[in-house]
Design a protein around this ligand. Structure first.
Ligand SMILES: Cc1ncc(COP(=O)(O)O)c(C=O)c1O
Length: 399
């Protein structure tokens, strides 16, 4: 690939993905001739109803559950809020003392609702993680108490790509007390992994459309039949009174199509993406000195390669790559604008100064070897230059 200012290499698929053309095609009629309201009784409304019903079935098939157990939302942020606050609300209204267990490396869409719940008197345990970012299962076992009502553990970490052993965690939770409900934020998993709610013993699962080549602003929450939960937003009575608001029919249709494609093409895409990611990561490790590899390639999804480039500031690397037409992230895209080092890397034991030098490359199904080569042709020079400008780095290296 020729180096010129017009290139655009997108390596930020964990932040969002381009909408697949087949998804757009499926959505389009629902903006125009099939624009009916899902709740209307006339035939235009019924048309929308059946389209949503079809998407619900596709999502249920992916998660191996019944379609009545799927609630559509605006994305994983809302699904996570509904899962945590909705379950807590049920117990708080009964004046129960309750305890929730989660992990230190969750997305803010879990951590912030947990902090809010703490202010309402809920006790929350934030589990530590191992060096590779996986939840420390021994600590989970110790944390469970008689008051524990909910455990929330992400399936795949958005920053480093580590996969948590949900099957094992699910077994431990249910063995300790079958009345503890198990939630997972599976936002970053569904593109790459099977997500069988039954096998994983899950009671609640959050997923989102825009991470799987579907549209933005749509997601779903799986709520296993019998799970105690209260609505946190009221008004329209949609989604069995659990999530009020007019259904975003085109986006839901697109989400259904995207999840169908993700399932059908998962194996093929995984192979292609892993090959490219491994090729890229090997070269980075060989060609750039003084780096820390934050992704455990033996236990991560195929997309992620997260590194610390010691002595070079992550934000400066990101900007320099942007000038070369390459799009990456310093961690979670949702946290950009926030100059604090990644809470995930800190929890993994990376020192604060080094955590500031992290860059997350996340590959997708459209990336090519030529693109990886192009990035490899500019990245070492960028790191070298930034290190030259850093007197502290040069001093520590000459000692
Ligand atoms: C793990 C995880 N959870 C939740 C979210 C938020 O999802 P959404 O953008 O659908 O609200 C993200 C998005 O980056 C994520 O990576």
């Amino acid at each position: 690939m020729k180096k010129n200012k017009k290139v655009s290499v997108y390596l930020d698929h964990s932040a969002t993905t381009p909408t697949d053309e087949r998804v757009i095609k499926a959505m389009l009629p629902y903006f125009s001739e099939k624009f009916g309201n899902y709740s209307s009784i006339h035939s235009l409304g019924r048309e929308a109803y059946f389209a949503v019903d079809d998407a619900r079935k596709k999502i249920a098939s992916f998660l191996n559950c019944n379609s009545e157990e799927i609630i559509f939302t605006s994305g994983s942020t809302e699904s996570n809020n509904l899962a945590l606050k909705g379950v807590a609300k049920y117990f708080l209204e009964k004046n129960k003392n309750i305890h929730i267990i989660t992990t230190r490396v969750e997305h803010d869409a879990i951590l912030e609702p947990c902090r809010e719940l703490e202010k309402q008197g809920v006790r929350v345990t934030y589990l530590p993680v191992l060096k590779n970012g996986a939840v420390d299962i021994a600590e989970l076992e110790k944390a469970i108490t008689d008051e524990t009502v909910l455990v929330s553990v992400m399936y795949v970490n958005n920053e480093v790509g580590i996969i948590n052993d949900l099957a094992r965690i699910g077994k431990i939770i249910k063995k300790a007390n079958h009345k503890i409900y198990f939630h997972s934020d599976a936002t970053q998993a569904i593109n790459f992994l099977d997500c069988d709610s039954q096998e994983l013993n899950l009671d609640l699962v959050s997923i989102s459309g825009h991470k799987i080549y579907g549209p933005k602003g749509v997601g779903a929450l799986y709520i296993k039949k019998g799970t105690p939960i209260k609505a946190i937003q009221t008004g329209g009575h949609q989604e069995r009174n659990i999530r009020s608001g007019t259904m975003n029919v085109p986006a839901i249709v697109g989400f259904g199509k995207a999840i169908e494609l993700a399932k059908k093409e998962q194996e093929k895409n995984n192979k292609k993406i892993a090959k490219l990611r491994d090729y890229f990561a090997d070269k980075v490790i060989k060609e750039i000195p003084d780096i820390i590899v934050n992704t455990d390639f033996n236990n991560s999804v195929s997309s992620h390669a997260n590194f610390c480039f010691v002595g070079a500031e992550g934000e400066a690397i990101l900007m320099s790559l942007d000038l070369e037409g390459i799009f990456v992230s310093t961690g979670s895209a949702c946290a950009s604008g926030n100059l604090d080092p990644s809470h995930v890397l800190l929890a993994m034991g990376i020192p604060k100064e080094i955590a500031h030098s992290s860059i997350r490359f996340t590959f997708g199904k459209h990336n090519t070897k030529a693109e990886a080569d192009y990035v490899l042709s500019v990245l070492p020079g960028i790191i070298e230059k930034l290190r030259e400008y850093n007197p502290l780095y040069n001093k520590s290296n000459s000692n």
